[in-house]
Design a protein around this ligand. Structure first.
Ligand SMILES: NC(=O)c1ccc[n+]([C@@H]2O[C@H](COP(=O)([O-])OP(=O)(O)OC[C@H]3O[C@@H](n4cnc5c(N)ncnc54)[C@H](O)[C@@H]3O)[C@@H](O)[C@H]2O)c1
Ligand SMILES: O=C(O)[C@H](O)COP(=O)(O)O
Length: 528
């Protein structure tokens, strides 16, 4: 597989990819057409915050399996478009948390004690001791906006420096905040009580310009630190608030447009300390995020769980070996069911019985949906199948029971249309040998194979021989045959597994016989 890396990552990550046998191409700073061309034959793409991964990129990257973000923020990746194109997006949410938190604390000290300003003057030969009277953090109130991984790490560090903590985060529990010694308040409360406000939310439509003129006025006399994302704090408003003395100071590591333009107002303001997005730039953090991202790319290529996938069904790595064999089985059952139901699909039900019902089956259910849609869609996989279902208005339900009658575990996929439903049940013999054991009410025992013929026929002497002769006359070799009937002389279901595809004229010859009610060719193409 080929992996394109468009932002610098640690060598350890590149080595992991090469050690796993993949080709690595680095093309730092490519954009526009050059990026589209570089990505056109890539199976994996690794980026940091410097590459905009837009819909155009996904359109151009027809062989792309995964985009790995060697870091946390994914605001530069169009995840919706990734999902539509069936591409996994995964980040490295833990590797640089400590680095980001330490940088935040450093920036807080830098602004509270005017360290960069004094440094520049001293280097210029000026002993400006009398110009800088700083503020201690000890005994002051820290307001944290966004109490996630980085926010919590910052809170812990500054708690130990004697700060009082208030936090605003609508998605975190009061208990968790209390464990950190923080009082959960609303945004107004946070702004009014904080002496130092630090922002740690992702950039989303909801957080864009979350802090602007009005909010900065509420923080009057305080300091603002943004080491999260440019755009969460309105840069013009912040520059004006510091310049006009509404705020005592600010420290900013991230900008709405990066690399930052020389005429960004924050670069002009003496009491605004700035760094060029250095929060994650430590050796340890870079090695962590690069190796974690590379591991996820390697796992995606091997169709193993991608632990930090943001748009794919999740699965615990330790549970994967137990669940893995059911992924292909559910896909096969879905493929058979959809090809037997000759009408628009309104709903899909995936039912689990026995041991498998104990497991997290999100990925198996997504694979069943993939099987249902694959015969109908151009590019479907377990990443985009649930979205395709939603877009098509297909209702998907999942049910489970520990009880089972005949098998240790069973997966049943039922597809329903306007006035018909088809159920296909599968199990695993000896833990990994897939079998289709029921189609609607007919008990069968079929090893799913590349091609199948499912015939509904009269239970009459000579019918099975007739079908075999027609297939043989058309050069189709029969690998296996299973027959089930309702009653003697009633309707029967005959399932053939075949080595070749059934030509249309063979199907026509079969259906021309009045004893054959219906003959359906099923293509499984490699889903066994
Ligand atoms: N400067 C850097 O180099 C650097 C390094 C690492 C992370 N970051 C950035 O820091 C941010 C946070 O990272 P994290 O790992 O803590 O993420 P996280 O997902 O663990 O935490 C984000 C928190 O923000 C909260 N949140 C979301 N919307 C909110 C809103 N409207 N108001 C208040 N809170 C809201 C969430 O509930 C969550 O608790 C990300 O944007 C990331 O890109 C920057
Ligand atoms: O979101 C992140 O992980 C940080 O902002 C780091 O971004 P970077 O990898 O571009 O330095």
């Amino acid at each position: 597989m080929k992996v394109l890396v468009t932002d610098p990552i640690a060598d350890a990550g590149l080595e992991r990819l090469r050690d796993a046998g993949h080709e690595v191409e680095t093309a730092y700073d490519v954009e526009g057409d050059a990026l589209l061309s570089a990505v056109s034959d890539a199976n994996g793409l690794i980026v940091r915050s410097g590459t905009e991964v837009t819909e155009e990129v996904f359109e151009a990257a027809t062989d792309l399996v995964i985009v790995g973000r060697a870091g946390i923020g994914v605001d530069n990746i169009d995840i919706e478009s990734a999902t539509e194109h069936g591409v996994i997006v995964a980040n490295a949410p833990e590797g640089n948390v400590r680095a980001a938190a330490e940088h935040t604390v450093a920036m807080m000290f830098a602004t509270a004690r005017s360290i960069p300003q004094a440094h520049v003057r001293l280097k210029g030969g000026e002993w400006a001791k009398g110009d800088y009277l700083g503020t201690e953090l000890n005994g002051k109130t820290l307001g944290v906006v966004g109490l996630g991984r980085v926010g919590q790490e910052v809170a812990k560090k500054l708690d130990s420096l004697g700060m009082d903590l208030v936090a605003y985060d609508p998605y975190i529990s009061e208990d968790r905040a209390a464990q950190l010694g923080a009082e959960l308040v609303d945004l107004d409360g946070c702004l009014e009580r904080a002496d130092f406000l630090t922002v740690h939310t992702p950039l989303t439509p909801e957080t864009e310009n979350l802090i602007s003129d009005e909010e900065l006025a509420q923080l009057e006399g305080g300091y603002l630190v943004n080491c999260a994302r440019g755009g969460v704090v309105d840069e013009d408003a912040l520059a004006a608030a510091v310049e006009e003395g509404v705020l005592a100071g600010a420290a900013v590591d991230v900008f709405a447009d990066e690399p930052v333009s020389p005429d960004n107002p924050l670069l002009e303001v003496e009491d605004a300390v700035v760094t060029p997005h250095l929060g994650a730039s430590t050796e340890a953090a870079q090695e962590n995020v690069a190796t974690s991202t590379a591991d996820q790319v390697v796992a995606a290529f091997a169709e193993e769980p991608v632990v930090n996938a943001l748009n794919a069904p999740s699965i615990d790595e330790s549970a994967f070996p137990r669940v893995e064999p059911y992924i292909g089985l559910a896909e096969t059952a879905g493929k058979i069911a959809t090809q037997l139901l000759d009408q628009r699909i309104d709903s899909i039900e995936v039912h689990y019985e026995g041991d498998i019902a104990e497991e997290d089956v999100e990925l198996v259910t997504a694979s069943a949906q993939k099987g249902v849609f694959q015969p109908l869609e151009w590019q479907v996989n377990a990443v985009n199948a649930p979205q395709i279902a939603e877009e098509r208005g297909v209702e998907v339900t999942e049910s489970k029971t520990r009880q089972t009658e005949d098998f240790q575990s069973l997966v049943r996929v039922t597809v329903s249309g306007d006035d018909e439903s088809i159920s296909v049940e599968g199990t695993l013999f000896a833990g990994d040998d897939p079998r289709i054991v029921r189609v609607d009410d007919y008990r069968i025992d079929a090893i799913p194979h590349g091609h199948m013929l499912v015939a509904r026929n009269e239970d009459a002497p000579g019918v099975i021989g007739f079908i075999g002769t027609v297939l043989g006359d058309h050069g189709v070799n029969i690998a296996g045959m299973f027959n089930a009937r309702e009653t003697i002389g009633g309707e029967a279901l005959t399932v053939y597994t075949l080595d070749e595809q059934v030509p249309d004229d063979a199907k026509e010859a079969l259906e021309a016989d009045e004893r054959i009610i219906e003959a359906r060719y099923i293509e499984l193409n490699g889903a066994e």
